[in-house]
Design a protein. Sequence first.
Length: 122
Amino acid sequence: METEATPAVNPDDLKAVFDLFRPLRLQCGKHGAFTSIPGEVEAVCTPDANVEAISYRETFLNLLLTMGEPPFLAPWIHEGYPDMKLFQVAAAFPMPVRDYSGKPQSFDLPGFVRQLEQTDAA
């Protein structure tokens, strides 16, 4: 049985939400939490954007980045900020949908990095 995938999103929307949340995350620290005002995410995205998928992908990207700016992402991080290629791949790379059942889900991290490398080569 094939795992359901999170829909791909517009990389510009993903970047806009990342930029919206970044100051809050910096203020809260690595393990802090914050809330957003209803409609705040929608306001920075293009019309009809899939806000749930964007939020999920943005949260995942942030988790990757807060792992201490892992060395495998270093080529795509400049002065602590991800370059557009990282947003482009994070916006479209196959990712399982959220599952609250507790069963493990897999993410192809080596494939994610390969996709970034292929984006560089293109």
